[in-house]
Ligand binder design. Structure first.
Ligand code: FAD
Length: 343
């Protein structure tokens, strides 16, 4: 395994900020991760596990070791009673897994189509889109403790998934490298299993309701989700970004009711923890949608996405994000929390 020094990370994260890693290695197996974590040269070095870099915001050079996870492989580990368990290596591209599951005639991942990134990162923030979150399909995962080298299995419950959250963003932040994730999906080839799409969310609901229900299939839902996403989100290869910069704020019911009364147009969704308010809408109301300041700004079609027009520095983006956050606080009294991992 090659270990690179003073290595540019620009092509390893979608925000495209010119930063370097002191050391960088790509691990294709658990043994390679173990080798890196036990290597005397890196024992005391800070380590950062990286997937495709689509949810990170590097504010400076990383002075330790970046371990890019490239563990391949997708397999079916169980198939019974109308469902299947898929186990995928942490380095598998998420969309590749979605496409593979559609080819197998499985249902469950289609609403999560076109989310950039790797399988290994999907539990970190409990990826979600169009009414489905990873927690709805996750059976469990295997991860390596970067301190002891031990491999531990986590059940979905032990991952403590929440809205864009998990144990890996809290108590166990930075401690484990996820090696593989197991997902439970419906097996539409099994006798008696019919497809029940999740079509409760915004634009997807509208589009699917306009279709003949008999024609709905996971592939059609996947294509519809992809079509919607293409119209709303920037292509990271052309315009640097890390998706939603902020999370949708979740308000207590009383506070949310008051906001909805004052602003009946605000998009909101009920959540197990309260009422989720559209952060994109709040930002847009403050006049930031499509606004450019120097080399950064809010994307013209989705205010929640902060973009790098090419030459943005981390300092510029941080200052911009801070101003967005401040104006939402001043206008609505709501604190926006970052969704991206600020490093
Ligand atoms: C255009 C765009 C649209 C997006 N849309 C959505 C969306 O709809 N829904 C959504 O939830 N997210 C969305 N995201 C965010 C992003 O796609 C997800 O968070 C994705 O899971 C990140 O995967 P990654 O491999 O790029 O992770 P990275 O950015 O490389 O890493 C993210 C975090 O996970 C950690 N990590 C990565 N891999 C591992 C591993 N194997 N073991 C342990 N820790 C690890 C990293 O240390 C870091 O803290 C979007 C991003 C972009 C750019």
């Amino acid at each position: 395994m090659e270990i690179k020094e003073h290595y540019s990370l620009k092509e390893h994260h979608t925000f495209k900020i010119p930063v370097q890693a002191r050391y960088f290695a790509e691990a294709r197996t658990a043994d390679e991760i173990l080798e890196l974590s036990r290597h005397p040269a890196f024992r005391s070095q800070e380590k950062l596990v990286l997937g495709s870099g689509s949810n990170v915001f590097f504010t400076k050079n990383f002075e330790g070791l970046v371990i890019k996870i490239a563990i391949p492989g997708i397999e079916i580990t169980k198939r019974q009673d109308g469902y299947a368990i898929i186990r995928a290596g942490a380095g598998v591209n998420w969309q590749e897994l979605v496409d593979w599951s559609l080819q197998q005639n499985f249902a469950g991942l289609e609403n999560l189509s076109m989310i950039p990134g790797t399988v290994g990162a999907s539990p970190i923030q409990n990826i979600g889109a169009y009414g489905i979150e990873l927690k709805d399909v996750c059976e469990g995962l295997e991860a390596m403790d970067l301190e002891s080298g031990e491999i531990r299995e986590f059940t979905a419950e032990e991952c403590r998934f929440g809205y864009r959250n998990s144990i890996f963003k809290n108590e166990l932040r930075g401690r484990y490298a996820i090696l593989a994730v197991s997902l439970k999906v419906s097996d539409l080839s099994a006798p008696g299993v019919t497809y029940r799409p999740t079509a409760s969310y915004g634009d997807l609901k509208t589009k699917l309701e306009a279709m003949d229900p008999k024609t709905l299939s996971p592939r059609l839902v996947s294509e519809t989700v992809s079509e919607i996403r293409r119209t709303k989100l920037p292509n990271s290869t052309l315009l640097g970004n890390a998706g939603s910069f902020f999370k949708n704020p979740v308000l207590a019911e009383e506070r949310a009711k008051q906001l909805i009364k004052e602003h009946p147009q605000v998009p909101w969704f009920k959540d197990s923890q309260g009422i989720k308010i559209s952060a994109g809408w709040l930002i847009e109301q403050c006049g930031w949608k499509g606004k450019r300041v120097g080399n950064t700004g809010c994307y013209e079609k989705q205010a929640l996405v902060i973009v790098n027009y090419g030459a943005a520095t981390a300092k510029e983006i941080l200052a911009f994000a801070y101003n967005v956050q401040s104006s939402v606080r001043e206008t609505f009294g709501i604190e926006l929390a970052p969704e991206v991992n600020i490093i």
